[in-house]
Design a protein around this ligand. Sequence first.
Ligand SMILES: [Cu+2]
Length: 144
Amino acid sequence: MISQLQHIAIGRRALAVAAAGLILAALLPASGNSTGFQTVTVTIRHSRFLPAQFTVRRGATVRFVFTNTDPIDHEFILGEDAVQRRHESGTEPKHGAIPGEVSIPAGKTAETTYTFNGAGRLLIGCHAPGHYAYGMRGWVRILD
Ligand SMILES: [Cu+2]
């Protein structure tokens, strides 16, 4: 017999898969144009990125627009594992000048635009103390 809790977990997973599918559809132009400019909206709630997984085409320029619904500051850092580790131990208080890096103050909206030139996978994360370990992270898959 499936418990109530398991039902909820299964429902959430199905929802996450559906959400990932929507983002995929949003980022992959039907025409196959690989250098399109896309806007993606991301909600931050309870120290999570919603959604936290993205798929883009190599060469795509993506404008990420964040709405922080939390009463605390967050940040969005896009990059390889080495970049995430550097920020995890770093002390930069504000981000915004580098593409793919932006601070999102409590209750505010902020954005950053990034062009995905490499193939493979990049990570995303927030490096406010404890947030990355808590699970405020995700990834971007770049299709060749
Ligand atoms: Cu955070």
